[in-house]
Ligand binder design. Structure first.
Ligand code: ATP
Ligand code: MG
Length: 605
């Protein structure tokens, strides 16, 4: 898919002649960022609507559809319409410039991959249904690439043999397909999307770390240039593997990710990765003897706590998950806390991917359903979150349906458990950095950088010769930017009741000229054309609304599409020597001198 193709020049290529025509760029160059051409709305189809599309849950999705940036083809599949594509190309151009400036080299890999490479890395089986698989006419298995570690490793081992060729960082801006379980929010979580993915190779950890830091700075520059409010957060590296990893999040209420951010100091982490620690101080002394009480029909902590007139913080909940040998493992949390599934799945006794024991298996093996399970007398490993270990005289399930135990104490009524970090951090927790307390904000993940180490290079048996002529396994890093997701995220952060308010760097056009009564006023037409020409020659992306529509319609479209600068030209103003100027963020228009220089001064300021 030629996302950044300069389609105008492609369609104008001469047809029959085999001779090269130097007036036309060679096709091979068409993926290069091309200078955006100015446009007249009469020749540039933009289809806007007033109605809020019923299936669009969040504002950015609604506005992208209403402003005609994208059109839905099928679940999680969107076409980028001409005006939307301009935005996508501007984002891509910034990403490409910063990757080049960081010393990365561009290449382009296929979106369809042979299964053998994924079998070699082990991810053919690990990935599950997110990997879209297909079979060709020769009955060979392929998949649509959700990411490209396997393919780049394959090319690396074909071409690179010596430490002298390292370090090297390859990147591409290319279409991915992930059969997301729940595609939603338009291009924010789609099935097909455009990603910038980069892969670096090194002879040692120090070189990897150096490139990782450089990519981190390049990412900061990308998001600063695009003009979004973002945070860099510690992250879990997920199924991609490896050690250090950080995510870049655009802060927005609609974000799918919860981030734990310190109220003082720099700590910020995705909730998946935000660590929690042992509660300082001594546990309260055991009091009354343990006792079994009836809790008929009370299956949740809230219901049990209300019934027994205790606080949820005085209860513990016990979740039974499958262990590595298919035996049950009990995970115990304080009643008001939630299990962090990412942390739990990393425990050496717990089977990956995390799976909870089914209700009938619970009853058969442990004697009670999920609502009545507790750690006393359980014949399986018991791992308790630090906060649950700090509980004394607590309430827990009795392993008998509709029964609970009260006044339970670790060490007295059951063995001290293994303590671990199993829960989601909550607002008010001390920051793991030791500075301040955590607060929770929501974010949209737009970038992710990883130090992969040798996970893929080992799995794919890659080696290079080091300075001593010995074979060594290269270290690897990978770095992703969600190019299409950035567009939605930017809108999520920058809009008002009338439409999109583009950050200038990614606006589809910089300026919009709205002439009033164009068809009837020759004077207006001449002034509008002259301004259009002058701004274009000065190098600005200009859109001329020459559709001859009523001012109200033109202005409503202008606000919906969100072009930063609007210049209105009308005969009455021209008679007084003025244009009307309105920045998209302004509420009212103001008069400026009716000449191109006055407009250019504003555009350049
Ligand atoms: P998520 O947790 O949102 O699924 P991920 O961790 O799977 O993201 P990566 O594999 O790190 O994502 O991919 C790199 C970038 O690609 C992400 O930071 C995100 O911006 C973008 N991305 C991932 N999945 C999607 C998707 N379904 N739709 C649009 N963009 C996506
Ligand atoms: Mg994902």
């Amino acid at each position: 898919m030629a996302i950044s193709t300069c389609s105008a020049s492609v369609t104008r290529l001469p047809r029959a002649s085999g001779a090269r025509n130097d007036n036309y760029p060679a096709l091979i160059n068409c993926r290069q960022p091309c200078k955006q051409l100015p446009m007249r709305l009469s020749q540039f189809p933009v289809s806007t609507t007033k109605e809020t599309p019923a299936d669009a849950e969040i504002i950015s999705h609604q506005l992208m559809l209403r402003a005609g940036l994208i059109r839905r083809l099928s679940s999680g599949l969107y076409s980028w319409m001409p005006i939307g594509l301009r935005v996508l190309q501007k984002v891509s151009a910034i990403v490409r410039e910063e990757m080049n400036a960081a010393g990365c080299v561009e290449l382009l890999m296929p979106s369809v991959h042979p299964a053998e490479l994924w079998q070699e890395s082990g991810r053919w089986n690990q990935m599950g249904s997110e990997l879209l698989r297909m079979r060709d006419r020769h009955d060979r298995d392929f998949c649509y690439g959700p990411t490209h570690e396997e393919v780049i490793c394959h090319h690396f081992r074909q071409d690179v043999r010596s430490y002298k060729q390292l370090p090297v960082t390859y990147y591409q801006i290319q279409t991915k397909f992930r059969d997301e379980i729940r595609p939603r929010f338009g291009v924010m979580r789609s099935r097909e999307f455009l990603m910038k993915d980069a892969y670096s190779f090194h002879t040692g950890a120090a070189s990897l770390s150096e490139t990782y830091d450089r990519m981190r700075v390049a990412y900061q520059r990308i998001f600063e240039r695009i003009g979004v409010d973002y945070r860099v957060v510690e992250a879990d590296s997920g199924n991609i593997g490896g050690a250090k990893s950080e995510e870049f999040h655009v802060l927005a209420e609609a974000g799918e990710d919860l981030l734990a951010v310190s109220d003082s100091g720099n700590y910020a982490a995705n909730i998946e990765a935000a660590s929690t620690h042992a509660v300082p101080g001594k546990r309260a002394e055991p009091g009354d003897a343990m006792q079994q009480v009836e809790t008929p029909g009370k299956k949740t902590i809230e219901a049990v706590a209300r019934h027994l007139k205790v606080d949820p913080t005085d209860c513990v909940k016990t979740l039974i998950v499958m262990g590595v040998n298919d035996n049950p493992v009990a995970l115990v949390l304080r009643g008001d806390h939630e299990l962090n599934e990412v942390k739990a799945a990393k425990h050496p006794l717990v089977r990956q991917p995390l799976s909870f024991m089914a209700e009938d298996a619970l009853k058969a093996q442990l004697g009670a359903g999920a609502g009545s399970i507790g750690p006393v007398g359980l014949n399986c490993p018991v791992i308790a979150d630090h906060a649950a270990v700090a509980c004394a005289n607590f309430v827990c399930g009795a392993n008998v349906d509709d029964m609970h135990r009260v006044h339970v104490n670790w060490g007295r009524d059951l063995p001290e458990p293994e303590a671990a970090d199993l829960r989601n951090a909550v607002a008010g927790d001390p920051s793991p950095s030791g500075e301040g307390k955590l607060r929770m904000v929501r974010g949209i993940e737009v970038g992710h950088i990883f130090q992969l180490g040798s996970k893929y290079t080992e799995a794919m048996s890659i080696s290079v010769l080091d300075a001593d002529g010995k074979e060594c396994t290269p270290q690897m890093g990978c770095y992703g930017v969600g190019v299409t997701r950035i567009v939605g995220a930017a809108i999520e952060q920058s809009h008002d009741g009338d439409g999109i308010v583009w950050p200038p760097a990614i606006a589809p056009f910089t300026a919009l000229i709205t002439p009033i009564n164009l068809a009837k006023s020759e004077k207006t037409r001449i002034a509008a054309e002259a301004l259009y020409k002058a701004l274009t020659e000065a190098g600005f992306d200009v859109l001329l609304d020459d559709r001859g529509l009523r001012p109200g319609v033109m202005f409503a479209d202008a606000d919906l599409i969100g072009i930063p600068h609007r210049i209105t030209i009308g005969e009455r103003g021209l008679d007084k020597g003025i244009f009307e100027y309105k920045h998209r963020r302004d509420t009212d228009a103001r008069d400026i001198a009716a000449n191109a220089d006055a407009v250019l001064d504003i555009l350049r300021s």
